[in-house]
Design a protein around this ligand. Structure first.
Ligand code: NAD
Length: 493
């Protein structure tokens, strides 16, 4: 009998109101892993009601900011103590390498420590208006119940990126994790309870996007939605929240350029290109899926990338020697297959990969792929594939590559490989992307703010700026002049 999880609401486990569950499967072995509650609007309502009550209760509202920070610290410690179990669950759920998930879990407590430290550093200010008799000051207040909707590719990290600032600022939260990765988020809520967060402050409703996710977005007592996922879902959420005048932070898709100039260390650049597109089987929002190489180093870079792509060890994500695991679920595999076939139909050349590799396990494996003879008009270059598919293109000049790199609907990230300091700075300021890496790729830190430009998002995640995403600003005016107020209808000269 597979394990079965209910929702985590008001500090405890709750069976789904409709009695329905769905099954989570291991994408490497295709074995059933566990069942999770298939939530609907009744469960969402129970969770939001609990979160609203907790938001107003003295056990949370009456805590000092420093005490909220301490709770986040304790949660960070508990995550560190349970890191191995959490990493293993994530790897089993989404097929990413256990090694990679261990690495993410090692740094996950830092998210809680960082925002724990910021909890008591959110300040208003005193404003020098032109009226000397008035004291005007601002204060930052929590919003209320924040709905967090997260994807499956880095479930805990992306959830902590929202939860930590939201809780530090004094909000309560209802999380709707991806239906492919419910288990670690449920465990995260359980650990929050163990850390001492009052009941109802952290709640999880599992289920499908169109059901539990939509119900959370549409719930009238939600103060904000913080969402990470695809641009299409983000657009639907933005429309629904905007019509109710509630805010949303949206971290969406990408089609990021990774640009190699002829003066770069090509060996390093090739490593950066490979890490940028094949790590996590390309299932990262920041995947460097459009690779531009200057003509003089194009052949060398292509050969290096293709050679490594052909030798990457594909297999069981739990095995220490594996370098590439499966895609996370069947639709992902079909999507990657579709795009590679489409690219070839559009005139691309399959330089490496483009097939299902021979692996002993029956899961959703796909070979690291290189497409050449591609250009910016092709859908494989314009649309997010979310798989291990690199489109590699030559360019001649800096002006040309800048125009090509920015000719995209997305603006999440970009990489630049060059030894020229001046060019590095020129590119960093001209690239239309929220994150630019120079001679590196795929770095992220809770301390460093990130924002998707264009169709890659709205709002800021990470860094101090993210605290402001979870507060509202109030301006308070105090008349310090106690003399009688004049008649408002008598005009003073
Ligand atoms: P998705 O949009 O399909 O799902 C994301 C979450 O939204 C899931 O929990 C899903 O159940 C929920 N959802 C789906 N439809 C919904 C609806 N109508 N209403 C409310 N919720 C709904 O995305 P995904 O496939 O889980 O994740 C992959 C995408 O996420 C990629 O596009 C990737 O680029 C993006 N992503 C972005 C970032 C970033 O920081 N910018 C990070 C990771 C992933």
């Amino acid at each position: 009998m597979t394990e079965r999880y209910g929702h985590f609401i008001d500090g405890g486990w709750r069976d789904p109101a409709n009695g329905e569950y769905f099954t989570s499967t291991n994408p490497a072995t295709l074995e059933d892993l566990y069942q999770a509650a298939r939530g609907d609007s009744a469960d969402v309502d129970a969770a939001v009601t609990a979160a609203q009550r907790a938001f107003e209760a003295p056990s949370w509202r009456g805590l000092t900011a420093t005490k909220r920070g301490k709770l986040l610290h304790r949660l960070g410690d508990l995550i560190a103590e349970n890191a191995e179990e959490l990493a293993r669950f994530e790897s089993l759920d989404n097929g990413k390498l256990l090694r990679e998930m261990r690495g993410q879990l090692l740094t996950l407590p830092d998210y809680l420590y960082y925002y724990g430290g910021l909890a008591d550093k959110v300040q208003g200010s005193q404003i020098p208006t032109n009226n000397l008799a008035v004291l005007n000051y601002t204060q930052r207040e929590p919003l209320g119940v924040v709905g967090a909707i997260t994807p499956w590719n880095s479930p805990l990290t992306l959830t902590a990126s929202k939860l930590a600032p939201a809780l530090a600022a004094g909000n309560t939260v209802v999380i709707k994790p991806s239906e492919y990765t419910s288990r670690t988020i449920l465990r995260f809520a359980e650990l929050a309870s163990e850390a001492g967060f009052p009941d109802g402050v952290v709640n999880v409703v599992t289920g499908l996007g169109a059901e539990a996710g939509a119900a959370l977005v549409d719930h009238p007592r939600i103060a904000k939605i913080s969402f990470t996922g695809s641009t299409a879902t983000g657009a639907a959420i933005a429309a629904r929240t905007a019509s109710r005048f509630i805010g949303s932070t949206l971290e969406l898709g990408g089609k990021s350029p990774n640009i190699v100039f002829e003066d770069a260390n090509v060996e390093n650049a090739a490593m950066g290109v490979i890490a940028g597109i094949y790590a996590a089987a390309g299932q990262t929002c920041i995947a460097g899926s459009r690779v531009f190489a200057q003509r003089a180093v194009y052949e060398e870079l292509l050969e290096r990338v293709a050679e490594r792509a052909n030798s990457i060890k594909i297999g069981d994500p739990l095995a220490a020697e594996t370098e590439l695991g499966p895609l996370a679920f069947q639709d992902q595999l079909e999507k990657v297959n579709y795009y590679v076939d489409l690219g070839v139909d559009e005139g691309a050349t399959l330089f490496a990969g483009g097939k299902r590799p021979e692996v002993e396990l029956p899961g959703y494996f796909y070979s690291p792929t290189v497409l050449t003879d591609v250009n910016n008009d092709m859908r494989v270059v314009r649309e997010e594939i979310f798989g291990p598919v690199a489109a590699i293109m030559p360019f001649d000049t800096e002006e040309e590559v800048l125009q090509l790199a920015n000719d995209t609907d997305y603006g999440l990230a970009a990489g630049v490989w060059t030894k020229s300091l001046a060019r590095a700075h020129r590119m960093a300021s001209s690239l239309d992307a929220g994150t630019v890496w120079i001679n590196m790729y795929r770095a992220m830190s809770p301390m460093s703010p990130r924002q998707g430009f264009k169709n890659s998002g709205v709002g800021i995640e990470h860094g101090f700026e993210s605290m402001h995403e979870y507060t509202r600003l109030k301006s308070v005016w105090i008349n310090t002049d106690e003399s009688p107020l004049g008649d408002p209808f008598v005009m003073r000269g």
